[in-house]
Write a protein that binds this ligand. Sequence first.
Ligand SMILES: Cc1ncc(COP(=O)(O)O)c(C=O)c1O
Ligand SMILES: [Zn+2]
Length: 393
Amino acid sequence: MSVVTHLECARCGKQHEPGRVYNLCSCGAPLLVRYDLRRAAETLILDRMGSREPTLWRYREVLPVTQDASVLCLGEGFTPLIHARRLGKKLGLPNLYLKDESQNPTGSFKARGLALATSMAHELGIRKLAMPSAGNAGGALAAYAAQAGLEAAIYMPEETPVANRQECALLGAKIVLVPGSIKDCGRAMREQLQGGEWFDVSTLREPYRLEGKKTMAYEVVEQLGGRIPHAMIYPTGGGTGLIGMWKAFAEMEELGWTGGLRPRMFSVQAQGCAPIVRAFAQGSERAEEWDDPQTIASGLRVPSAIGDFMMLQALRESDGAALAVSDSEMLEAVREIAETEGLLTSPEGGATLTALKKLLWDGFLAGHETIVLFLTASGYKYQEVLEMMTAPS
Ligand SMILES: Cc1ncc(COP(=O)(O)O)c(C=O)c1O
Ligand SMILES: [Zn+2]
């Protein structure tokens, strides 16, 4: 059972009671869920996890949902961690792993966050959920809202891949297409839904999506038999995955799972939209908004993020880095992962391989290290990209 104690502001530290509906702290920063980890450690024992169900709900003690009846489950989480033997051999990395997030419901890791956010909304009696989405999160929200019988409204950029728009429509969500990026979608949504009964589930503007995303780190540790990878490379937009996983390592340390070891966290963005890379290079605590964001990796077309300071903190605390790759490099990498490992990933997933090569080349990472790349979505959701890649030249 969940052992939530309170919610805590990521900036001012103010504590908030659990079991209530929240967006941001009164200071404008995201809220983080805190648990009684000493109590959780009594039952959440690394070498006794084998008998639990193969979904992210196996980590129930460190998830915020308190009632069984609130749990919405479509089989999310506990995705395969694949030992990339052929790709690893090419790169001189015998310990290279791919976390295949395409096997989540709706084909992306966004299912993790939205399973938690929608279950919590269901538990707290919220009936109408709205959010801006670059595509994959919208599909995931639509799916869980359908399972719970809740209403979903999704504001998407006009350029969102067609598969994302179709899945949202078929899953019964209301879709609003907005010119511009996800930032413009957020603005339009807040203007249109102001004062109404719609609840805002934007990235980090509600506290529970993060709790779903963090389970990727729990799974990696469990699937590596308790070994902590040296490095994790993650395609970063709004940053919930990165921030969530860094939070998970702090929790796992207290649970006695990691012996105090943590991986170096590397964030990869697109050259046409790299606010975190720029801020990291400048040594800034916050990231300035990126003008005219452009990339085929729709999930990385996020010009500014409310959790920017948390991402930058995680990268620095972990002795990691942030780097940008071009769209053509991402596509080359998608092809290489497909040809060597049999996985058809999205451009965001491809970006992690290009980043890995650059990090090896620059001497940030070494051949003996255990490295995990996060393939965050299925390539099958990016029909436009697949057509471009297979068009006769
Ligand atoms: C496939 C994919 N990868 C990565 C990201 C970035 O995720 P995050 O918001 O956790 O940084 C997204 C976000 O839309 C995405 O759809
Ligand atoms: Zn605060």
